[in-house]
Write a protein that binds this ligand. Structure first.
Ligand SMILES: Cc1ncc(COP(=O)(O)O)c(C=O)c1O
Length: 388
């Protein structure tokens, strides 16, 4: 029999995040600080709206690009938060999570051989999605000494005449780094000068602490060259509803709708009705969750300092990214031993790119009680190996 598989797909490595969780799920008393998923339930009034839509018999496909009502609310939200004006009719598409939006925006923009700049450490799906779209990933290593921000020097060094798209992954998973207005101005200048496009993954836009999230699309000349991606998973604790969106120039959105139309048809109808409610009345819930995350963030930064591990202060998302370089172990070794010896699961920084070596991703989307137990165990582990 011929080999039924595509070489392109076979060559793609599975995500390094999941490896530990299969082990954790079978280990008694193990605590996971690994998953990037809110520990809160979806707020009740949002769930209720989903239930109500089912009771009303709203069980049909919506239009391909999404329910008109939802697209209007998405545009209202982006105007309210960022003074960005998008047309719900041709500049907005509702997708299956931010995940689908990342995939189809790359597929709509790339021709074989086009280079896509991927700052790392960053979310695991960018690289495979670029490859699956026929593009060539070009990695930019973000550095702890720059607080894991993208600098204009790093960007300029990576651009060639084949560069087409820059992925801008802020607030960042796994580092928690954010980009502020003045830093984005520097990036925007280069983007315009070099005539490239930006895929701005703003899925954690609501989760910043003491700093307001700025979208690069707000900067002069950038809206025309930016696909802005966001969704409901993180800000409204709606991971399982699988809902996200992209806004951007109508010529790109039009092609994205085409791929979405043939591959997906439309995002889940129930979720779309629930999301309308999230955008209309969900601000207080977001605020409550943000405050809880912020408390946990402060607790962890303090705890890692006490443990003697260097930990850069993140202002976004729900992750901290402490360095374990002082222990002389690789990230993978640390995570494997920690799980075996103390039953705490964390993700090695290398799951997010080679430059994540020497770091761990710790998620604080877990209750403070769980965090405290995990930190006590980690503290014991670190002091044991510090002495060796
Ligand atoms: C940076 C980033 N982008 C996108 C996603 C995808 O989220 P979803 O598809 O649930 O919207 C995630 C999920 O972890 C993420 O961390």
């Amino acid at each position: 029999m011929r080999n039924p598989l595509s070489k392109l797909v076979v060559d793609i490595q599975p995500s390094g995040i999941r490896k530990f969780f299969d082990i954790v799920s079978e280990m008694k008393d193990a605590i996971s600080l690994g998953v990037g998923e809110p520990d809160f339930d979806t707020p009740w009034h949002i769930r209720e709206e989903g239930i109500y839509s089912l009771e009303k018999g709203r069980t049909f496909y919506t239009s391909n690009a999404g329910l008109k009502e939802l697209k209007v609310e998405i545009c209202n939200y982006l105007y309210r938060k960022h003074q960005l004006q998008y047309n719900p009719n041709n500049e907005t598409i509702v997708t299956i999570g931010g995940s689908e939006a990342i995939d189809i925006s790359l597929r709509a923009m790339l021709d074989p051989g086009d280079e896509v700049l991927i700052p790392q450490p960053s979310y695991v799906s960018y690289l495979p999605c670029v490859r699956l779209a026929g593009g060539k990933p070009v990695i930019i290593e973000l550095k702890v000494e720059n607080q894991f921000k993208l600098t204009k020097e790093d960007l300029l060094n990576a651009i060639t005449d084949k560069t087409k798209v820059l992925i801008l992954p802020f607030p960042n998973n796994p580092t928690g780094a954010i980009m502020e207005y003045d830093e984005l101005v520097e990036i925007a200048k280069i983007v315009e000068e070099k005539d490239i496009f930006v895929l701005s993954d703003e899925i954690y836009s609501e989760l910043t602490y003491g700093r307001k999230h700025v979208s690069i699309a707000e900067l002069p000349g950038m809206k025309e060259r930016t696909i802005l991606i966001n969704g409901f998973s993180k800000s409204y604790a709606m991971t399982g509803w699988r809902l996200g969106y992209a806004v951007g120039p109508s010529n790109i959105i039009e092609q994205m709708v085409k791929i979405h139309q043939f591959a997906i048809m439309c995002a889940p109808t129930t979720s779309q009705y629930a999301a309308v409610e999230a955008l209309r009345n969900g601000d207080p819930d977001v605020e409550m969750m943000r405050e809880a995350y912020d408390q946990r963030r402060k607790y962890l930064i303090h705890a890692f300092k006490e443990m003697g591990l260097e930990c850069f202060e993140p202002f976004g998302a729900f992750y901290v990214f402490p360095s374990i370089k002082s222990l002389g172990m690789s990230s993978d070794e640390f995570a494997t031993r920690l799980l075996k010896e103390e039953k705490v699961a964390v993700v090695p920084g290398t799951a997010f790119g080679d430059c994540g070596e020497g770091f761990l991703r710790i998620s604080y989307a877990y209750s403070i009680e769980n965090l405290k137990i995990a930190i006590e165990r980690m503290g014991r582990f670190v002091s044991k190996y510090k002495e060796i």
